[in-house]
Design a protein around this ligand. Structure first.
Ligand code: ATP
Ligand code: MG
Length: 640
């Protein structure tokens, strides 16, 4: 019996193997996933692999199985990888010492934290909100919840008190885990104070456990707040793992809110585990000695699946970074890669675009020899950013995997597998085994054949599919399963090229219809970004008397373009678009801005830009997840 999922079923090593795995995953999905799931540690095996009713939004995987995900992330590796590094922590300030945790040490720390949770009354099924900096204790806290069967809900430690309160109340959390403060670049933020403010309106919370990080004095509320280090003093270094049902919820994660009120996406235990592990190994083509770095915060789904669970399930070494890409300078990412010999690097287009704007020396002065695979996630990566990443970071040696997926999908859905399946700029590529994408017309008819465009939906259940939205299953049904009966609806538009590779062209709600021609935002932005004056752009539609919708482009210019004449820049942008797409895509309005409204995970909130373009400034909607609300005021002021 193999002791972990590096069996032939779980790892694809050639294009032929990909096609073969894909075929089997479609023809006999239950058998396929049973084989992939076999080598994990199960307390009890499943009685049925899949029970699914897509129309009702009901998806149960590995029915009847019993397990604990942390036994698979930690205990399982102790026999062969006890002294292997599980986590490398790189602090915000490069002058502060980094920290390493082996699998044995991580196991102990998780057990200790789990015992502290237990001692503070946390039980299986309780919701625990975690609002912590990107420090090892965050990873440990998340796993500790999973160890005892508590449902974790990680809230990015940059959200406001209101955003925390909304999430805590929605989940009816009883316990909050936090820290005294956090470092982010040159800033220090009193995290505990934000929590205190939030909890004024959260009656469900009876305990706050505070991790010491900056050594700051904080107000401790009598009877509610305790210090982690005091609680952890005498607790045992072992903690039995709670036996969970395959479908017991593992976590709630609120989506970033690019399109509206955040939804509490719920993932369950077994299916999520199998999916995170399978996609992680295959997309990144992970090897035993890789040093893997995902720059996402654990507060996003990418941090859940590909910083924490995926890498640990695979027994890999995962780097965790507390800081930001531009501190102390725009070379920080590259410095960290050289320092720790990172071989696989996974980041977001927004980070790449911001680093592209800095002088090239910032990247050229590092060797980056250790790199083997590059990944991108979160938004469509435009061509210019793709090539910059490929050339200057990957030195034309490292395949780029552009991974399309969503909080709701639990893991990567469409992406190249590094060096195995085709990687084409601006295209996510081929679907993972188990994923059956379709393009639908607005009426819900499947569009056959290649060179076609439509609404992206998924036809069959996959192990990582969203189980529900917390406390409101009907919302999940209405959002994902009711729009097109029998399908999971993604909300994104896509194009299938002549070889069947998928390109995400933007969100369906953002599609712009100019005189009957439909454009995805990604297509037009991709063209605008080709212009040498442009660093980043966002386009939206607005009502236009003649064309139905006009195109409004918001553009951030490069530092070199600062002295140029605005009219000249606009003319040059229009020229680029006409050359790249055609006259029909010519923007009606171009506004040069210094920043774009982004979610805290770095995604452009086109919803707000659309309101501004439409002149509906009084009804901007929920802006609690905005990174920098000030940019909105600037944009409103400069409105055309
Ligand atoms: P909300 O659903 O609350 O509006 P969100 O959709 O931004 O928030 P996520 O689940 O983090 O929250 O993001 C998923 C979305 O991000 C996808 O639907 C898609 O629009 C975009 N996306 C992610 N990765 C890619 C990619 N590689 N290429 C293109 N788009 C991507
Ligand atoms: Mg979404």
């Amino acid at each position: 019996m193999p002791d972990n999922p590096t069996t032939k079923h779980a790892r694809i090593r050639s294009l032929e193997e990909y096609h073969e795995a894909y075929r089997r995953s479609v023809e006999t999905p239950e058998q396929f996933w049973a084989e992939v799931a076999e080598p994990f540690t199960w307390r009890r095996k499943w009685t049925k692999v899949l029970d699914s009713d897509m129309a009702a939004g009901r998806n149960e995987w590995f029915q009847g199985a019993r397990l604990n995900i942390t036994e698979n992330c930690l205990d399982r590796h102790l026999a062969t990888r006890a002294n292997k590094l599980a986590i490398i922590y790189e602090p915000n300030d490069p002058k502060t010492r980094h920290l390493r945790l082996t699998y044995r040490e991580l196991h102990q720390e998780v057990c200790k934290f789990a015992n502290v949770l237990h001692n503070n009354g946390v039980e299986k099924g309780d919701r625990v909100c975690i609002y912590m900096p990107m420090i090892p204790q965050l990873a440990i806290a998340v796993l500790a919840c999973a160890r005892i069967g508590a449902i974790h809900s990680v809230i990015f430690a940059g959200f406001s008190a209101t955003a925390i309160a909304d999430r805590v109340n929605d989940a009816q959390a009883t316990v909050v885990l936090t820290a005294d403060g956090l470092n982010r670049g040159a800033k220090q933020i009193p995290v505990k104070r934000v929590v205190d403010e939030a909890l004024e309106t959260c009656p469900s919370v009876r305990r706050v456990i505070v991790v010491e990080h900056l050594g700051w004095p904080v107000q401790m509320k009598e009877g509610r707040d305790v210090w982690y280090h005091e609680e952890a003093e005498d607790v045992p270094k072992t903690c039995p793992a709670e036996e969970m049902d395959a479908e017991d919820p593992l976590f709630i994660l609120y989506t970033s809110g690019s399109t509206g009120k955040p939804k509490g996406v719920v993932h369950s235990t077994a299916g999520y585990m199998v999916w995170a592990d399978y996609t992680f190994r295959n997309v990144f083509q992970i090897e035993e000695n890789d040093i893997y770095w995902c720059t996402a915060d654990i507060g996003w789904v990418t941090g859940h699946s590909y910083l924490l669970y995926g890498p640990l399930l695979a027994g890999s070494t995962s780097l965790m970074f507390e800081g930001i890409p531009t501190y102390p300078d725009a070379g920080r990412f590259w410095e960290v890669i050289d320092k720790h010999s990172v071989s696989i690097f996974y980041t977001a287009p927004t980070a790449i675009r911001s680093l592209m704007a800095a002088p090239l020396d910032n990247v050229l002065s590092y060797s980056l020899d250790s790199l083997r695979v590059l990944g991108s996630v979160g938004e469509p990566i435009n061509e210019e950013a793709w090539y910059w990443y490929y050339q200057h970071v990957g030195k034309e040696r490292c395949p780029v995997v552009d991974t399309w997926w969503q909080t709701e999908t639990g893991g990567i859905m469409i992406s190249a597998m590094a060096g195995i399946t085709p990687s084409k700029p601006t295209h996510a590529g081929l679907p993972m085994p188990g994923v059956q994408p379709v393009l639908l017309t607005q009426e819900g008819k499947e569009i056959e054949g290649n060179n076609e465009e439509g609404y992206l939906a998924i036809k069959h259940s996959w192990p990582g599919i969203i189980r529900t939205t917390y406390g409101d299953h009907e919302r999940a049904v209405q959002t994902y399963f009711a729009p097109y009966k029998g399908y999971y609806f993604t909300g994104d538009g896509a194009r299938r090229d002549e070889n069947g590779l998928y390109r995400i062209i933007g969100r369906v709600d953002d599609v712009i219809n100019v005189s009957g021609h439909r454009f995805g935002t990604a297509e037009i932005e991709n063209a605008i970004n080709q212009n040498q004056n442009v660093v980043e752009s966002a386009v939206v539609g607005y009502p236009h008397d003649v064309k139905g919708q006009g195109i409004y482009a918001y553009v951030i210019c490069s530092p070199e373009a600062a002295n140029k004449d605005k009219a000249h820049i606009e003319a040059s942008i229009i020229e680029t678009i006409v050359a790249e797409i055609g006259k029909i895509a010519k923007p009606d309005k171009i506004q040069i801005v210094s920043g774009l409204p982004k979610t805290r995970s770095g995604k452009i909130m086109r919803r707000i830009l659309r309101k501004v373009a439409e002149g509906e400034i009084s009804s901007l909607g929920d802006t609690t997840t905005l990174l920098d609300p000030a940019v909105v005021d600037e944009i409103i002021e400069g409105r055309k």
